[in-house]
Design a protein around this ligand. Structure first.
Ligand SMILES: Nc1ncnc2c1ncn2[C@@H]1O[C@H](COP(=O)(O)OP(=O)(O)OP(=O)(O)O)[C@@H](O)[C@H]1O
Ligand SMILES: [Mg+2]
Length: 375
């Protein structure tokens, strides 16, 4: 008996996406199904190339289809189409950017820029189109951390837009390219911050991007406010260190983004622990479980824990992020896992939003075919 498309789809309904809590057929991931005698071929179109369960989904789908009588061979092409946090063309500034991901912190120096660069590199390594916007008006150090000394071209496109610097496959733009040197700091007033961020979104040729990672200055100042007013943010990632003083500031950050109606992607606990290079012992220098406590108390996911390590710092200072310089090591792995959790959660948020919209637009159920008339 010939294998049918219904049989294949039915078999695939047992494969669930653990983040989206739905099977891959219902989610529309199964596409381009082709059956040639005993051979079955299809695509699994994920919502992010950084899907943490990509391998499992592939293997489960494969064995599910191989279980159909008559199937001898299964070829699955794992591909992706990044879910967008908004409908295309809904806003003018950066309509081709699918997801703006802000990286924020309550307190300074907790590792936002380190996380932003490594997150961007990890996402780009999966095949996603990634941009990195350094919006830290007070201390723009992304160019240094990405090893960029060139300045972007002021023109070159038809609309005279600024062409971002390409580095490690990432489109990079920094306020630091345009402000004066360190000896002569700019004094930023609210409207200037707003104007600068607006210009960096509008006048930069970002092109089509799956993720635009935005490194924000610390705290709850003008920059996060302006960013959220100017473009829809898919979500904000909050970076913290585990000690209580930093965690107090996380709470403020979370409260601010909730007020601004920006979804919280989750918390990243940086400088979580130190593994002694000599004896391998783990020490939690800044305390234990802070990220977990925040996560549980405020019901926000803990996206990852990054160790404190001299090579992470060196990667920043030398302009060669650890995810790139030592991609197979444990440090890179910590960032990669964190990036995958971040991407998965952004997909979930996009799906939830779509469903809410669908609910809002749904035609109310009509209980009566005619409105009851008075006697
Ligand atoms: N996990 C880590 N291990 C070792 N050093 C780290 C780690 N994370 C960050 N650092 C170092 O700590 C310093 C501060 O980090 P970073 O600049 O990323 O923080 P930030 O939150 O962006 O700071 P700011 O608030 O000033 O923008 C840098 O020198 C960086 O290299
Ligand atoms: Mg920084």
């Amino acid at each position: 008996m010939a294998v049918t498309a219904e049989q294949v789809l039915d078999a695939l309904r047992v494969v669930n996406d653990p983040d989206l809590h739905r099977d891959i057929v219902a989610l529309g991931f199964v596409q381009q199904l082709a059956i040639e005698g005993p051979r079955v071929k299809f695509d699994i179109v994920l919502t992010t190339p950084a899907c943490p369960v990509k391998g499992e989904l592939h293997d489960q789908a494969r064995s599910a289809v191989l279980g159909i009588p008559g199937v001898e061979d299964v070829a699955i092409n794992m591909t992706f189409n990044v879910a967008s946090s908004r409908k295309p063309q809904t806003e003018k500034l950066i309509p081709q950017v699918r997801n703006v991901v802000a990286v924020a912190s309550g307190k300074g120096g907790v590792g936002k820029s380190t996380v932003s660069t490594n997150l961007a590199v990890a996402l780009a390594a999966t095949g996603a189109k990634v941009g990195l916007f350094d919006a830290d008006i007070y201390g723009p150090n992304i160019p240094l951390m990405m090893g960029v000394t060139d300045r972007p071209e002021m023109q070159g496109t038809e609309e005279n837009k600024i062409v971002p610097i390409e580095r490690f496959g990432i489109k990079l733009m920094s306020i630091g390219f345009f402000v004066g040197d360190d000896d002569n700091p700019v004094i930023w007033r609210g409207p200037m911050v707003h104007g600068a961020i607006n210009q960096f979104l509008r006048d930069v040729e970002w092109g089509e991007l799956d993720y635009l990672v935005v490194d924000l200055p610390p705290g709850t100042g003008d920059a996060p406010l302006s960013l959220s007013q100017l473009v829809p943010i898919a979500g904000v990632v909050i970076v913290t260190t585990p000690q209580d003083v930093a965690l107090q500031d996380v709470v403020k950050g979370v409260a601010m983004f909730e007020k601004l109606d920006v979804p919280i992607v989750g918390v990243i606990e940086n400088m979580s622990y130190f593994v002694c290079p000599q004896c391998g012992e783990t020490t939690e220098i800044f305390g234990h479980g802070g990220g977990e406590r925040i996560s549980a108390k405020y019901d926000i996911p803990l996206l990852g824990r990054i160790p404190l390590d001299i090579n992470i710092r060196l990667g920043g200072d030398e302009g060669n992020p650890i995810v790139r310089s030592a991609p197979d090591g444990a440090l890179a792995k910590a960032f990669v896992v964190t990036a995958e959790q971040t991407a998965a959660r952004i997909s979930t948020l996009a799906l939830q939003r779509d469903e809410e919209k669908r609910k809002d637009n749904a035609v109310p159920i009509q209980l009566f075919s005619k409105s009851p008339t008075k006697a």
